[in-house]
Design a protein around this ligand. Sequence first.
Ligand SMILES: [Zn+2]
Length: 254
Amino acid sequence: MLTRKPATLPDFDTVDEERLHRKQRLAAGFRLFSKFGFDEGVAGHITARDPKHADHFWVNPLGVGFSQIQVSDLILVNADGEVVDGRLPVNQAAFAIHSEVHRARPDVISAAHAHSIHGKSWSAFGELLQPLTQDSCAFFEDHALFDDYAGVVLDVEEGRRIAAALGPHKAVILRNHGLLTAGQSVDEAVWWFITMERTCQSQLLVEATGRAPILIDDQEARRTAGLVGSSLAGWFSFQPLWDRITAEQPDLFG
Ligand SMILES: [Zn+2]
């Protein structure tokens, strides 16, 4: 009889092993973002901090579709925005935003941003999400609003303001733009993005009825957040998606 062991947080013997692990998770994250329909043109980036050079991060190169990204396509960007490993250029917006998020939050290993349809639609209200469902409680008192829009983010100063708005939270809604999530692993950042996008969709569906929903009360939302919103819960929730995408698209390891 086949038995399946529960997923456990990985351990690494070497920094090279840990780097490869992060890059594989990153490539899988892009494939999943595409599968969920989060890609639009060349917008969107997911980053993973390098395990050795803490001020460097791995990211998708500008202009390569999420659906085709392989581990070998990922580029390493230093603190000055220079590509120090890889052949293709970095998206300037990816550097402007992610470098400042990684700098402001040493605990953040990975940050994810895309122009997904429900996230960007919800962002136009300039409001936080409400505790409407059990899943939405992952974001209760743990997301923020960047209540400004000043064009495409090309400037690290704006990235700094986004990082300040994010504060200690797992996510920030960028008004008139989209969502950004952060985590202590690539797995976690990608999962928060996926479930936050769906939480936006859920709230938009509820509001579209014109009927008044019943909110989860603060105490219950806080208690639920402690379960579904923990770093470990975020990591764990990603594992079935990892199993699925690596079985379906093993070329991502290329
Ligand atoms: Zn963007």
